[in-house]
Every structure is written in structure tokens, then in C-alpha cells.
Design a protein around this ligand. Structure first.
Ligand code: FPP
Ligand code: MG
Length: 343
């Protein structure tokens, strides 16, 4: 059974729900995740002021699946350096991820995140942006301890995150293919960070360069698939299960994959949905409800799921190129997890 975002908000991390028949490995990763959790709160508690600590700790305490930290820890399993466990890489990845959520919620004017009030809703945009900045700079401080290569990789991933958001906001150019634009956006805004987590986790563990490259490539495909699953859930799941508002992409006018595919559906029976989706952000709740109902019944959902499955298959095929270690099973379980989120 997939872990829902609602469950994740209650602190059930993914590791307990991934089906991996390797009890020793699962135990080791769970123990390391606990260390990561402690390190995250240690960072928060180092804030010079209690209000800063409260604001930067707000979304860390709210939960989340801790997917990126787990990927970093799993990648470190492919290393050759005894005693290196990927914990620092895991902490860095989660700090960057949470920082990006603070900023994303401001940009989306979101009220709920991980089942609690978003920072911008609980306080205001200024507080939320500052909290995101604080977490980002704390991540930069920690990544410096991993060495110059890790700093360079983190800088590149941050570039991609920010450019991905900008590209999404600006939309495709006049001559640009809309699907190509979409995939560029999600690869930059989502996959870049999963890939970074794996790459610096592997680096932290002392993995061979070709292993690091394969893990990074796996992360790119898993990340694209994960973002497509998020797009699908935004349409098919309830706000309660998501721990954030359903239909947000429609409300803010983000052209997610199912929306793009529905817009390209020229059949007469798709006309009403096309008209709704072409009218820009759907501010009216009734319009959104109608668009959600039509989208859920449209073939665009299955088409988007097929594209997600293609990326999962490519991620899984890369696992075969990795050294034969028990951790490969966790990487495959991640693929199954992403597929099962939208079932
Ligand atoms: C959630 O996407 C947001 C992201 C994947 C990335 C956000 C990136 C930035 C705001 C750039 C700034 C980056 C840093 C590091 C401060 P979504 O809106 O599709 O998903 P959601 O439904 O979870 O909000
Ligand atoms: Mg968002």
C-alpha cells in the first residue's frame, strides 16, 4: 500500500512502506534516517532566535516523506569508503527541498503544506521567504563540509531549481513545443534535487564515478516520474489525502502534464474541458470542481500515467547497471512506490 502524503505528514517516512525484503538493510537505513531527523532539528535549534527556529522548523516538523534523504542514504550504500554513511548529504538534500517548499508556497499562494498551515498562511510571505533563505544558506554551509565537488553540484542543482520555477512561470516560447517545455521544467524543478541527493550521497559514501553517474541518471528519471505522479494526484486525490489543496495547478494556472494532454485533445467531447482549461487560472471553485471531474474522466490521465511509467522503466533499467548490492532493491522499490501513488 502506498504511503499517502497525509500519512507522511504524521511522520511515517517512506522506508517503513517500501517493500524491500532485506531486513538488515532496512534496519540500517531506518537508523540512519533517525540520525538525519535529529540533525535536521539540531540545525533548526541552532537558529539564533526562537522565532527564527519556530519558522524554519515549521515545515520540517510538519513531516514529509523524507524521500530525498533516503535516496542519499541508499546511494551511499554503493560507496567504497567504510564509515561514510551519506547522512550529511541526506540532511543537505532535505534542507534544500524544504527551503524550496517555503518559496513555492509563496509563489502558489498555498494555504496548506504537509497537512498544516503553510508558513505564508500562518505568518506571511516575508517570514516564509526568510525561512526558506535561512534553510538554503544552512544547506550551503553543510555542503561545504562535503568538499568542492559537492558544492559545485549543489550550486548547479540550485540553478536548475530556480530556472525550472522561472521557466514554469514564463511558460513556453511562441515556437516552443509545450510538452518539451513541460519536461524541461519538471526535470529542472523536481528531478534535479532527487538526482543531487543520489549523487552527493554516493559521493559521501565514496562511490566510483561511473556509479555516481548512473545513480544521478536514475534520479533524473525517478524525479520526472515523481513530478508526473504529483500532477496526477493534484487532480485525482482529495485535499485531506494530499495534505495540500487539491486542484492547485488549475487554481494557479500551471499547465501540468494531464492538463497539457487534455488541451491537445481535439475530439468534440473534450470541448468543454478544453474551453475551461484555456481560460487561464480557474479562480472560481465551481469551475475548478467541473474541470477536475472532466479531467478525471478524460483519457489524458491514462496518457500521463503511461509517460510516467516510461520514466520509471528507464529508472529501473539503470539500476541493472549498478554494482550488485542489496541497495538496488530499494531503488527498484522507489519505482514501485511512485507508480503506486496514483493507483
Ligand atoms: C513544488 O512543485 C516545488 C518545487 C518542486 C520546486 C520549487 C523551487 C523553487 C521555489 C525555487 C527556489 C529554490 C530554492 C532552493 C529556495 P509543485 O508546485 O508542482 O508541487 P506542490 O503541489 O507540492 O506545490
Ligand atoms: Mg506548489
Amino acid at each position: 500500500m502506498p504511503v499517502t502524503d497525509e500519512e507522511a505528514s504524521r511522520g511515517q517516512t517512506m522506508i517503513s512502506r517500501l517493500v524491500v525484503a532485506e531486513p538488515e538493510l532496512v534496519e540500517r537505513l531506518s537508523a540512519r534516517l533517525e540520525v538525519v531527523e535529529k540533525r535536521l532539528f539540531q540545525c533548526v535549534n541552532e537558529a539564533y532566535d526562537p522565532f527564527v527556529a519556530e519558522t524554519v522548523g515549521h515545515l520540517i516538523a510538519a513531516g514529509g516523506k523524507r524521500m530525498r534523504p533516503l535516496l542519499a542514504l541508499v546511494a551511499a550504500e554503493f560507496g567504497e569508503t567504510p564509515g561514510r554513511d551519506g547522512v550529511e548529504a541526506a540532511v543537505v538534500s532535505e534542507l534544500i527541498h524544504v527551503a524550496s517548499l517555503y518559496h513555492d508556497d509563496v509563489m502558489d499562494n498555498a494555504y496548506v503544506r504537509h497537512g498544516v498551515a503553510s508558513a505564508n498562511a500562518k505568518w506571511d510571505n516575508t517570514v516564509a521567504v526568510r525561512a526558506g533563505n535561512w534553510l538554503l544558506s544552512r544547506a550551503a554551509r553543510l555542503v561545504a563540509a562535503l568538499g568542492a565537488d559537492a558544492v559545485r553540484l549543489q550550486a548547479h542543482a540550485s540553478d536548475r531549481l530556480v530556472e525550472g520555477q522561472m521557466r514554469e512561470l514564463l511558460g513556453p516560447g511562441d515556437d516552443e513545443d509545450r510538452l518539451a517545455h513541460y519536461f524541461r521544467v519538471i526535470s529542472d524543478k523536481s528531478a534535479s534535487l532527487l538526482s543531487l541527493a543520489l549523487r552527493i550521497g554516493a559521493m559521501d559514501g565514496g562511490a566510483a564515478p561511473e556509479t555516481m553517474e548512473t545513480l544521478a541518471a536514475y534520479g533524473e528519471h525517478l524525479g520526472v516520474a515523481f513530478q508526473i505522479s504529483d500532477d496526477l494526484l493534484d487532480i485525482s486525490s482529495s485535499s485531506e489525502r494530499l495534505g495540500k489543496e487539491q486542484g492547485k495547478d488549475l487554481a494557479v494556472g500551471v499547465a501540468s502534464l494531464p492538463i497539457l494532454l487534455a488541451l491537445a485533445d481535439t475530439r468534440p467531447q473534450a470541448r468543454e474541458l478544453r474551453a475551461l482549461l484555456s481560460s487561464g487560472p480557474l479562480a472560481d471553485a465551481e469551475d475548478r470542481r467541473r474541470a477536475l471531474a472532466l479531467l478525471n474522466a478524460s483519457p489524458a490521465m491514462a496518457e500521463a500515467r503511461a509517460m510516467m511509467d516510461e520514466h520509471l522503466a528507464r529508472a529501473a533499467s539503470l539500476v541493472a547497471d549498478l554494482p550488485d548490492r542489496p541497495a538496488t532493491k530499494v531503488l527498484l522499490a522507489f519505482c514501485t512506490f511512485v507508480a503506486s501513488r496514483t493507483e
